[in-house]
Design a protein around this ligand. Structure first.
Ligand SMILES: Nc1nc2c(ncn2[C@@H]2O[C@H](COP(=O)(O)OP(=O)(O)OP(=O)(O)O)[C@@H](O)[C@H]2O)c(=O)[nH]1
Ligand SMILES: [Mg+2]
Length: 226
């Protein structure tokens, strides 16, 4: 008897989130900022990859910023700030995902129209963030070589709603006996045709290709000339 009421409340909360996310997406578009939401399980390498991404953008003179979600601690925000980009930590105090209003609150005071890129590092979780639109243009699903090639098949929700994927820590591929063909096939089965980047933030592999794609996406949205 309880289940229908829980479902009803959940549907209402998600609807409210979707409406706010839609407004935020409109504001991001007007401001000319490309927004990327990075989602993966804990420890896949989101922060390390994002820190390298931000550092390269800063070095190129591309204005960028990031917000990062975690249950507790501002460890990731401090690591990301090493890039030189402005960064804010969102502490969810137990919640396993970010919601649009949390992101909106943490953007207060930033002039979005001065940014080219805004990155959102979601809370490490392969399931919960999937249902929560944050107004992003690109959802990036990350999978590391240490997690198992079949994760996209076991957690199709994330890979199915993603726009791009990244396989991280490829410097460890050999030692982990990582089967690239199987991993690619798993992603392809869930989301045919999705662009997949193979990266190592530690060794600096694959990051330039990722930055090229971001620039292209930003250009395709009509932002590049601003
Ligand atoms: N060998 C190797 N290790 C990496 C790489 N990227 C990240 N790591 C390591 O993996 C661990 C987790 O990396 P993080 O960047 O903190 O992962 P995360 O996804 O941000 O973790 P959460 O925010 O807790 O979900 C750290 O010990 C990193 O040093 C990589 O490219 N190669
Ligand atoms: Mg992190």
């Amino acid at each position: 008897m309880i289940e229908p009421r829980i479902l009803e409340v959940r549907t209402k909360i998600l609807k409210k989130n979707d409406e706010l996310a839609r407004d935020m997406r409109r504001r991001f578009t007007e401001a000319g900022v490309l927004v990327v939401n990075m989602v993966s399980s804990p420890g896949t390498g989101k922060t390390t990859f994002l820190r390298e991404t931000l550092a390269r953008l800063v070095a190129r003179g591309e204005p960028c910023a990031a917000v990062v979600g975690d249950l507790e601690t501002d460890n990731d925000a401090r690591r990301l700030a090493e890039s030189g980009a402005p960064v804010r930590q969102i502490m969810t105090h137990g919640l396993c995902h970010l919601e649009a209003d949390m992101v909106e609150r943490h953007l207060e005071g930033w002039n979005l129209s001065t940014l080219h890129y805004l990155f959102i590092e979601n809370v490490g979780n392969l399931v919960c963030p999937t249902s929560w639109d944050l107004g992003e243009s690109i959802r990036l699903a990350l999978l590391s070589v240490t997690e198992g090639e079949d994760k996209p098949l076991k957690y199709p929700g994330l890979f199915n709603t993603a726009d791009m994927a990244a396989i991280t820590k490829i410097d460890l591929a050999e030692v982990c006996d990582f089967n690239r063909t199987q991993a690619m096939a798993a992603i392809e089965a869930v989301r045919p045709g999705m662009r997949v980047f193979e990266v190592s933030a530690k060794k600096g592999i694959g990051i330039d290709a990722w930055l090229d794609e971001l620039a292209e996406r930003r250009g395709a949205l009509g932002y590049a000339e601003r």
